[in-house]
Ligand binder design. Structure first.
Ligand code: C2G
Length: 129
């Protein structure tokens, strides 16, 4: 059982998120996702429109996602990797290099982001309606 692990806010789900989750899942037999809590998002200076519970239900309904857990701190990744026995850590390449320290624990893969779409752009276009 090859477990893949990734993290994110996944607010207002769009094709960029789905592409990432689909490609991450394809790297193993199971994909577990650390979903940023509302409090953790504040720390990322990122306010999500949808709260954690809403984002969790949406994420859990995606065929590529096997399990969702809360991401509460930057420091929990090593423990999560051990807990879920993840063999691959995946993030979009906007994070390239930022998690290389996890290479001692598992394979670290940065996948190309899907261009032309982001939750920020969607929120801005909503603001312009
Ligand atoms: N993503 C992507 N293409 C986009 C938008 C997002 O590939 N157009 C990817 C990001 O690179 C990330 C994942 O989708 O790997 C989730 O994106 P966000 O919800 O924006 O997550 P982020 O705020 O980057 O949080 O500890 C890590 C953080 O929790 C990551």
């Amino acid at each position: 059982m090859r477990t893949v692990i990734t993290y994110g806010t996944f607010d207002i789900l769009h094709v960029g998120h789905i592409n990432l989750l689909k490609r991450a899942r394809a790297l193993g037999d199971r994909l577990v996702v650390g979903l940023s809590s509302d409090e953790f998002n504040q720390g990322k200076h990122k306010s999500s429109l949808l709260n954690f519970e809403n984002r969790r239900v949406v994420l859990e309904s995606i065929r590529y996602v096997d399990e969702v857990f809360a991401e509460n701190t930057w420091e929990q990744k090593a423990e999560d990797i051990r807990k879920y026995q993840a063999g691959i850590f995946v993030m979009g390449d906007d994070w390239a290099g930022k998690f290389d320290f996890l290479m001692d624990l598992c394979k670290v893969v940065y996948l190309p982001r899907t261009s032309e779409i982001s939750t920020t752009e969607i929120k801005q276009s909503l603001g312009n309606v």
